[in-house]
Design a protein around this ligand. Sequence first.
Ligand code: IMP
Ligand code: MG
Length: 179
Amino acid sequence: MHQDVDHILLTEEAIAARVQELGAQITHDYAGKTILMCGILKGAVTFYTDLARAIDGPVQFDFMSCSSYGTSASSSGNVTIRKDMDSDPEGADILIVEDIIDTGVTLSCLMPLLKERGARSVRLATLLSKPARRRVDVPVDYNGFEIPDAFVVGYGLDFAGRYRNLPYIGVLKKEVYSK
Ligand code: IMP
Ligand code: MG
C-alpha cells in the first residue's frame, strides 16, 4: 500500500488534532440538542468514528450509502441511494458526515432531500474539500482541510476499494490510477 503513495499530505497527528477542533466546535454549536450523525458510507467511516468521540454531547448514529463514482477517479455526476437512513429525519438535527467534497454533486443532491423529509436542521461536516474541483456549490459548515486537486487515499478514502486503512492521507501515485 505505502509504495503506491506519492507523498503524505496529512499525517495521523495532524488529522487527530483537527478532528478534536471540529468536535469542540460542534459540541458548542449543538449545545442542548441531540445530533443525528448521518455518515456517508464507506469513505466517511474513519472520520465519523473519530469525530463522534470528539463530540461531548448526545449523538445518534445513522448511515447512508450513495454512489456517484464506481471505480474511476472522476465523478460520473449521477447519484443513487444504495442504503437509506434507518432513523426518521422528521424534526431531527442532522449532521451529514462526509469524507471529501469534490465536485459537490453528491451532497447537492443529498442535502435538499433530507430537508424535504422534514429535518429541523441539516449541516455538513467534511474532513476534506477540494475547492478547485467544485461544480456545484455546497454549503460546508465544518471543514477539516482544504486540499489541492490531487487524488488522495487513506483514513477511509479509497481507490477501487483499496487503501482505506492507511492511517494517514496520502496522494496516490498517478501511475496507479491511470493504469
Ligand atoms: P463529489 O460528489 O464529486 O463531491 O464526490 C464526493 C465523493 O467522491 C467522495 O465521497 C469520495 O467518495 C469520492 N472522491 C472524490 N475525490 C476523491 C479522492 O481524492 N480520493 C478518494 N475519493 C474521492
Ligand atoms: Mg464517499
